[in-house]
Design a protein around this ligand. Sequence first.
Ligand SMILES: [Zn+2]
Length: 144
Amino acid sequence: MGMDLYTYVGAFFKIPTQYEEYNKVKRKCGEHKVLESDIYCSTCGSEIEEVISTHKRVLDCEDLIGNESFFSPYIEGEITYFLTNISSSCQINTDSHLPTVITPELIQEKILNFEKTHKKDIELMKKKTGCEIKVEFGFLNYYM
Ligand SMILES: [Zn+2]
């Protein structure tokens, strides 16, 4: 199974990529791995220190709004794009063998359909991230 290239043409919105910080605690004497319960290193006898390091992880659609009704967000560095996979009314069928004329009216229709279909998701996203959300129309290539 290889990676297939898809082209999405339709409504979407983008927000700055959202992160969550978390701490990791490591116990070590400085050189050796130690057990959770050790106070002194069983290998060298040194006192064990707790070292806290902060990491961050990228939040996905499920983390942000509790469902995956959007297309898995497409994360490109500091920008995350939210496409839809549940409504053809928000997209243009790129498998069609007939040429599709993209008119301003068609663009407007797809944007409005996206806003309607994802009204709840967009509200949740605004609340969770504090981001302004503007639905736009465009295309994107991605691998699946
Ligand atoms: Zn040690």
